[in-house]
Design a protein around this ligand. Structure first.
Ligand code: LAQ
Length: 328
């Protein structure tokens, strides 16, 4: 039974650091305690534990705009974060986990703001039939967390842009996101800010659990553990290289012929590639597929390999522009 509630308001907006803090708080929670962590990421797409980043996110667009990609521990789909989005995480020990009660905190916070909200059939929270909060869950070693987003005043144009399906044909295992119609709470409550939402969340928490909230004491942090966790979340192998294997294929017609590139990607690396072309230079297909094998499946590296090929300058540049534009 929860006898103590603790709030921690995040201070930074770096996604890997924030995920590290979430992971740290998960194991810092004591029996009978509930920690509510409220936090924000700057422009980031966060994919679920078992998702394929190339399938879920327009990586090139995101990177071009200075955004980050992060993979979280919990499952589920891909979501967009910016400073108009507020995240919450409820950390408890396994036996203190009560999803419905935790979600009622969100409903109560909305109620305090005069916004009618409801749970959807699949753990999303909706207002006027549109989603403003996606939730996900994780448990490990007797500890559990339930986290979620709250769209307060996020850039929905960016949300749509980064999470739109890729033009590449991708096949493979992994979890697909469930696309929904979304709404910012500020649209339903003009003038609403993230600060108001944080206050409403804390008030709602105290009211649902009938306990006063304490703040997370600085002595409980372990800087070394946090740094290690941050490093793990920021690792390329964790974000892109997660076991999942998939095949990708894309085709483009150039003035000098058509090229189809088929790739088998595992751990984020191009394991096998085949290129077909009807260009005059019949060897192009072989040269290209040989060059790309073993390369990481990201535009900069693919272009690096292509640039080393003994091909005409304009062909090289056109191929590079293609792999970049294909949202690899
Ligand atoms: N920020 C945000 N909030 C609510 N809904 C969103 C958001 N971004 C995208 N979406 C919509 O949800 C679907 C994906 O829904 P889907 O149900 O597939 O996935 C989720 O909801 C996962 C929620 C994860 C919450 C974590 C909390 C801390 S780190 S991330 C997407 O295609 C959009 O239509």
């Amino acid at each position: 039974m929860i006898q103590r509630i603790t709030c921690y308001l995040g201070t930074g907006t770096e996604p890997y650091e924030n995920l590290a803090v979430e992971r740290f708080l998960m194991e810092a929670v004591e029996e009978g305690e509930l920690i509510l962590y409220l936090w924000q990421n700057r422009r980031t797409v966060v994919i679920g534990r078992n998702q394929n980043p190339w399938r879920e996110c327009r990586l090139t667009e995101l990177q071009r705009d200075g955004g980050s990609l992060a993979r979280r521990l919990s499952g589920g789909g891909a979501v967009y974060h910016d400073l108009g989005n507020l995240n919450f995480t409820f950390c408890v020990q396994g036996m203190d986990y009560d999803l419905r009660r935790q979600q009622s905190v969100i409903l109560e916070a909305c109620h305090l703001l005069g916004i009618g909200a409801e749970l959807s059939g699949r753990n999303d929270l909706l207002a006027e039939g549109r989603k403003f909060s996606g939730n996900s869950f994780y448990n490990h070693n007797g500890y559990a967390f339930h986290n979620g987003t709250l769209l307060v005043d996020a850039d929905l144009e960016c949300l749509g842009k980064y999470l739109s399906p890729s033009r590449m044909k991708l096949e493979g295992k992994g979890v697909d996101s469930v696309r929904s119609r979304v709404v910012n709470l500020a649209e339903l409550h003009p003038g609403l800010t993230v600060e108001h939402m944080c206050r409403a969340m804390t008030k709602a928490l105290e009211s649902i659990y009938q306990l006063p909230s304490e703040t997370f004491s600085a002595e409980r942090w372990n800087q070394k553990t946090l740094e290690q966790l941050r490093t793990d979340f920021a690792r390329w192998e964790w974000i892109y290289g997660k076991r999942l294997a998939f095949t990708a294929s894309f085709t483009k017609r150039f003035s000098w012929g058509e090229v189809t590139l088929e790739c088998l990607v595992r751990d984020g690396v191009l394991l096998e590639s085949r290129a077909y072309t009807d260009a005059m230079d019949a060897a192009l297909g072989t040269i290209l597929s040989d060059a790309l094998r073993g390369c990481r499946f990201v535009p900069e590296e693919l272009c690096g390999c292509i640039r080393r090929l003994p091909l005409e300058h304009t062909v090289v540049e056109e191929l590079c522009a293609w792999v970049t534009e294909e949202e690899i």
